[in-house]
Each structure stands twice: as structure tokens, then as C-alpha cells.
Design a protein around this ligand. Structure first.
Ligand code: C5P
Length: 397
């Protein structure tokens, strides 16, 4: 149910705008109020009269409407909702959002808001697949915008592929999730994920095999429970989840800087495979092959992000969780690591190559807390994430 929830619905200019008329009805049936904003292009597809009749409210469309500005400025409009929904989100609207343009009421509201935003993209398949749109999608996801759809299928323009706006029931359930009062609502959680890359010279680096899969799954599971997740990721091979703030870094030092800038947080989950060492003698030009000589690399120890967070005297998160990838004596080593780093929990796993865990889709973990070691059965990384997120919610409550 969405009783008493306030939705600001921005209707963009695409043929899928007709679906938003039904969306308004279904939202109101569920007890939500809908304040409609219709773009100029949107008004080519649905009439202000139909939108306003279904919403039971006036339609806002003009940035420079003096009556609106006197009664309710665009800034206030942007803040007076629990959720902003953009449907259909056209390629143009998404480009404006990604670049921070504010040249009409819809884009100004989207730039001025501090309310969560859910968008339902709809456009021609080629426009969706265009590198410019794909760049904008990445930017918007990084800004914490949540997406529903688009779906693949036949399109009004006669082509086939991804670009159809999500159906009304899908948009409704995405709205319900976005507004969900999960157990982590109001909690700020930091997740580090992925490997780090430590440069040797401008073209070479030292890396590790972490895919970022487990950290990504944990961030997604925490967000699904309503947490405000800041996801600090090294160059991972899996894409970051939707609905979280994404901060991309390369090196351990950059990761630490990003983590420090994110504090205070209620909990920190350090799932990144941070390189223990960096090349202190990294060259600012490509190291050339020289006859008869091999380059000598000197190393320096990287900052330990988990230990730094755990041992903070101010702004220490209430719960700090680390990971221990071990190849032998998993419980003994992980228990010692928990004490050495000063974190609250360690999620330990056996990463011997024959387990297929590093870079694979499954994990078999042991959770080590102040109360001892708890073996979890082997399960998908998504399930480990869901179970861990539930435990975190209990610990923070
Ligand atoms: O010491 P080790 O690398 O085995 O510890 C693993 C745990 O410590 C992981 O949670 C990892 O994210 C974290 N870590 C860190 N910074 C480092 C090294 C490890 O946060 N420099």
C-alpha cells in the first residue's frame, strides 16, 4: 500500500506517456497522491486535462508560471514529494539529468530535488544503445537514480529491442520498493568492493582477481532493506548495483580517501580486495626494455582501510565488517584477523582455487563475531549478501 505517500510524477514526451494515465489511477487506488509535471513534449502525447482529471490535481508545466511561483515555487515543488517518478524518461530528459541542465520545469525540479528519483526510460532501441545514452545511464546510476526497465520487445516505432517503457505493474512495484520502509531505512552504510589497481607506470599495474561480485551483491541487498548505501568500488568486472551512490577509485589510497570522505556512516562493510602493497617507485613514463637489465620495483605498504575504520576514535561506524579470504586454517586465521584489525565481524571464506569461490558465483562463509564462529552452508553470493544484510539490520536496530 502507498497510503499517504506523495508522488511527483514527471511525464516526458514519448508515446509511452499514455501508460502514465493508468499509472496515476493505480497510484491513487493505492492511497498515494500524485502531483503531475508535464513537459512540453509530454503534452503532445497526453493532454493536461486528462492528467489533471485523473490526478485530481492541477498539472504543473511552466517554469515561469507566475501564479505557480507565487503559490509554490519550483524548489518547493521538488521537495514536496516522497518520491519523484519520471515516466517516460526520454533520452533527452536523461541527458539533461546527467549533465545537470535546468531549462524547463521538469529538469529544474530534478536538479533542485533532494528526494529519491525513480525513472522509467522509454525510447527507440538505437537511442537506448547509443554510447551517449549509455554514458548518461552510467552517470545517473552513479548519482543514485533508480531505474525500472526498459524492457525488450516490439516498439511503437516498428523496431525491436530494449527501449519499451516498463509496464504499469512493474513501475508500481518499483515505486513500492523505492518507498519501502525496510529495516535499514535511515541508515547510512558504506560498502567497499572490487580489486584495486596499483600503477607500475602509466600503462602497467598490479591487480588481483576479485570480480567485485560479493561486494556488489551486499550493496544491493542493503539497499533493498532501505539503507542509504555509498558504494566505493575499485575496477570491478561486474557492474555496480542500482539505487546506490557509486564512487569509483583505482588505488588503495584513493579508496581510503573516498571512504574517509563518506564518514560518518552507521556501518561499513569492507568487501574490497585491497592490494597490500603499492609500487613506491612507480614511474611517470612507460618503463622501457633495456638490454641486459630488468627493472627493479620497490614496494610500500598500503593503508589498511578496514583497520583504519575499526580503530577510529571519532566517527567509528557502529558496525565494521571485514572479509578474510584464506587458503588454510580459515577460522583460526580469520579470528586472529578480527582481533588484529579491531573490526566487529569477519566474514571468512576459503579461496583455495579448487573451491571456485574467487571470481565464482557461490560462496561458503564463516561469520566470526565476538560470540564465536558460525558456519554458513555453501550458497549463491546473492544469498550470502541477503543473509548478511539481514544480520546487519538486526545489529543496527
Ligand atoms: O589483511 P587482509 O587483506 O586479509 O584483510 C582482508 C580485509 O581487510 C577485507 O575486509 C579487506 O577489504 C580489508 N582490507 C582493507 N585495506 C587493506 C587490506 C585489506 O580494507 N589495505
Amino acid at each position: 500500500m502507498l497510503s499517504a505517500k506523495r508522488i511527483l510524477l514527471i511525464i516526458g514526451g514519448g508515446i509511452a506517456a499514455y501508460k502514465t494515465l493508468d499509472l496515476i489511477r493505480r497510484l491513487r487506488e493505492r492511497g498515494a497522491s500524485v502531483t503531475p509535471v508535464l513537459t512540453r513534449a509530454g503534452a503532445e502525447f497526453v493532454t493536461p486535462l486528462a492528467v489533471s482529471a485523473l490526478a485530481g490535481q492541477k498539472v504543473f508545466s511552466d517554469l515561469f508560471d507566475l501564479t505557480d511561483e507565487a503559490e509554490m515555487g519550483h524548489i518547493q515543488l521538488s521537495r514536496s514529494a516522497d518520491l519523484i517518478v519520471v515516466a517516460p524518461a526520454t533520452a533527452d530528459l536523461m541527458a539533461k539529468m546527467a549533465t545537470g541542465r535546468a531549462d524547463d520545469l521538469a529538469s529544474t525540479v530534478l536538479l533542485a530535488t533532494d528526494t529519491p528519483v525513480l525513472i522509467a526510460p522509454a525510447m527507440n532501441v538505437r537511442m537506448w544503445e547509443h554510447p551517449a545514452t549509455q554514458r548518461n545511464i552510467a552517470v545517473l546510476k552513479g548519482d543514485g537514480i533508480t531505474f525500472v526497465g526498459p524492457n525488450a520487445g516490439d516498439m511503437a516505432c516498428g523496431e525491436h529491442g530494449p527501449g519499451r517503457m516498463a509496464e504499469v505493474p512493474e513501475i508500481l512495484s518499483a515505486i513500492e520498493t523505492a518507498l519501502g520502509d525496510g529495516p535499514l531505512k535511515g541508515q547510512r552504510v558504506l560498502v567497499t568492493s572490487g580489486p584495486t589497481h596499483e600503477p607500475i607506470d602509466p600503462v602497467r599495474y598490479i591487480a588481483n582477481r576479485s570480480s567485485g561480485a560479493q561486494g556488489t551483491a551486499i550493496a544491493r541487498a542493503l539497499a533493498a532493506l532501505g539503507a542509504h548505501v555509498v558504494f566505493v568500488t575499485g575496477p570491478a568486472t561486474v557492474p555496480p548495483p542500482d539505487g546506490v551512490i557509486v564512487i569509483r577509485v583505482e588505488t588503495a589510497q584513493e579508496m581510503l580517501d573516498a571512504v574517509e570522505a563518506t564518514l560518518p556512516v552507521d556501518a561499513a562493510i569492507c568487501a574490497a580486495a585491497v592490494a597490500d602493497w603499492r609500487v613506491s617507485s612507480a614511474s611517470d613514463h612507460k618503463i622501457k626494455k633495456t638490454k641486459g637489465g630488468l627493472p627493479v620495483l620497490e614496494f610500500a605498504e598500503n593503508p589498511d582501510i578496514l583497520a583504519t575504520l575499526s580503530q577510529k576514535t571519532t566517527d567509528r561506524p557502529r558496525l565494521v565488517v571485514g572479509f578474510a579470504a584464506e587458503t588454510n586454517d580459515v577460522i583460526a586465521n580469520a579470528t586472529a584477523k578480527r582481533a588484529r584489525k579491531g573490526c566487529d565481524w569477519i566474514v571468512a571464506n576459503d579461496v583455495r582455487p579448487d573451491t571456485g569461490i574467487m571470481g565464482g558465483s557461490e560462496n561458503a562463509v564463516t561469520l566470526i563475531t565476538a560470540d564465536g564462529a558460525e558456519d554458513w552452508p555453501r550458497m549463491g553470493k546473492d544469498q550470502v549478501a541477503t543473509q548478511l544484510a539481514a544480520r546487519i539490520a538486526t545489529a543496527l536496530s
